[in-house]
Design a protein around this ligand. Structure first.
Ligand code: URP
Ligand code: ZN
Ligand code: ZN
Ligand code: ZN
Length: 485
């Protein structure tokens, strides 16, 4: 058999096993995995390196306007390049509906933006305006074109769709086999806290953490799960930042509910003390949900090792520390007016490898599961996420010994800071491939703008439905009837 590329002598890691093997690639696919493979137009010597599935980044805000109209700093070129330098082969940013917009227009807008990507991509569709047309026609149409996850918000006045709106969207998602994702924070608690803090004149960046207490997340996670159980629909909880929230997810999983979740490196690496830097510098660390404390970090790491989370995602939300981003509303603004979010798409996997694998908190196989395999399974990316014949050759070759300190000078995004500045990370993805094409090699970009493809995702696996559904609703909710053979 002729190969375009053979990766020779590496240690291949999947979510299940570790073995010394060669990988044969042809026409963008993995076609052979064997002890010795000869030939190959390109031979890559991976001796002493780890050969892992390229990361699938499942939570990133790229070329997306916030509800307040602030465009993030990264477009699909800089965002995908930065993702690739961080060991990712594919990413799934959001396509965000603003109220009044049709989903078809939203997707046309993002298709034009994403045409610049160097990596394969899909979108999770953010729904903020679930009108009857959206629910009956536009979401099913988005689903048919391979967008099989919808995200909703329980917070932010311009995005929160209320419990009824969530039930409507989860019902449509379930009928088709789509995953619903949720940002869970109690909007009224946050607004009430904001009003109290403002009245007391407490508006410095550090009060951002006070205004969004752990209870606001825990209450909302609990409510969101209750809503999903009412209609027996699967639910993915994004950026879990609290020990209490993670414990609820764990309990529900153990009881058989189809609840999925992620956490993010910032909640493992940083604390609310970072919000208390001199002047306005704390603005760099304003994200929602907010950073917590050291005890929470330990609890979240425990849940990462125990399997509570499907993925560790970046929630890359790049707002520069200037008047185009964080200070869009002015220089010395009260914390509620600071743009929410921080960058981290390139730090996610190096951080997880260094602090997770090398510190003994997770195994290499878990690293692969958390970085790629689970995202592929959870979000219907059936052709990616592992190293096996037939799958896309989305592969990252890691040097597990190279050490470096994260610093802004080495970033490839459009940001003017990194919240992970100065943190030592051991392990570097030296070669990153997407469908067999080398995107990054030894610190250099090898890809051309626009070579990424849209990934048509499959329905998510609902075979394990647990069946709490009221029987009166069953015909209405009989999921997938129109699309399943
Ligand atoms: O603060 C954050 N995370 N900003 C991005 C939007 C979101 O809530 O995910
Ligand atoms: Zn060999
Ligand atoms: Zn969010
Ligand atoms: Zn986010």
């Amino acid at each position: 058999m002729e190969f375009d590329t053979v990766i020779h002598d590496g240690t291949v890691v999947t979510a299940n096993e570790i073995c010394k093997a060669d990988v044969g690639i042809r026409d963008g696919r993995i076609v052979a995995l064997a002890e010795q493979i000869s030939g190959g137009a390109n031979r890559i010597d991976a001796g002493s390196r780890l050969v892992v599935p390229g990361g699938i980044e499942a939570h990133a805000h790229i070329a997306q306007e916030s509800s307040a109209g602030i465009m993030g700093a990264d477009d699909y070129f800089s965002g995908s390049v930065s993702a690739a330098f961080g060991g990712n082969s594919t990413f799934i940013p959001f396509a965000a509906q603003h109220r009044g917009q049709s989903i078809d227009d939203v997707l046309a807008t993002y298709d034009a933006r994403a045409a610049r990507s160097v990596l394969d991509y899909s979108y999770h569709l953010i729904v903020t305006d679930p009108t009857p047309e959206v629910l009956s026609d536009q979401l099913p149409r988005a689903f048919r074109r391979g967008i099989t996850s919808f995200k909703v918000f329980m917070t932010y006045d311009l995005m929160n769709i209320g419990d009824g709106g969530m039930l409507d969207i989860m019902t449509v998602a379930k009928r088709h086999g789509a995953m619903t994702m949720v940002h869970a924070e109690n909007n009224d608690m946050v607004k009430w806290m904001n009003a109290r803090l403002a009245a007391a004149g407490l508006t410095a960046p550090k009060y951002h953490a006070v205004s969004r207490p752990e209870l606001a997340e825990e209450e909302a996670i609990n409510r969101a799960i209750s809503l999903s159980k009412l209609i027996d629909a699967p639910l993915f909880i994004v950026h879990v930042s609290t020990a209490g929230g993670a414990a609820i997810v764990q309990r529900e999983k153990l009881s058989g509910a189809r609840i999925y979740a992620e956490t993010c490196p910032q909640y493992l690496a940083l604390t609310r003390d970072d919000l208390d830097k001199p002047g306005m510098e704390g603005a760099k660390f304003v994200c929602s949900p907010p950073l917590r404390d050291i005890q929470t970090q330990e609890a979240l790491w425990h849940h990462v090792s125990m399997g509570t989370f499907e993925t560790v995602s970046s929630d890359h939300a790049p707002y520069r520390y200037d008047e185009t981003g964080k200070f869009m509303n002015g220089p010395d603004i009260p914390y509620p007016k600071i743009a929410n979010g921080m960058p981290g798409i390139a730090a996610r996997l190096p951080y997880l490898f260094s602090e997770g694998v090398l510190k003994g908190r997770i195994t290499l196989q878990q690293f692969v599961a958390l970085s790629a395999t689970n995202a592929a399974r959870t979000f219907g990316v059936t052709r990616k996420g592992s190293i096996a014949p037939g799958l896309d050759a989305d592969i990252a070759i890691w040097n597990p010994e190279l050490s470096r300190r994260m610093t802004l000078a080495d970033q490839h995004d459009n940001m003017d800071y990194t919240p992970f500045e100065g943190i030592e990370m051991i392990g570097v993805p030296e070669i990153v491939m997407n469908r067999g094409n080398i995107i990054v090699k030894n610190g250099a970009l090898r890809a051309k703008e626009g070579q990424g493809h849209f990934v048509h995702r499959s329905p998510v696996d609902m075979s394990a439905r647990s069946g709490h559904l009221a029987k009166e609703l069953d015909p209405e909710l009989n999921f997938g009837a129109e699309i399943r053979p």
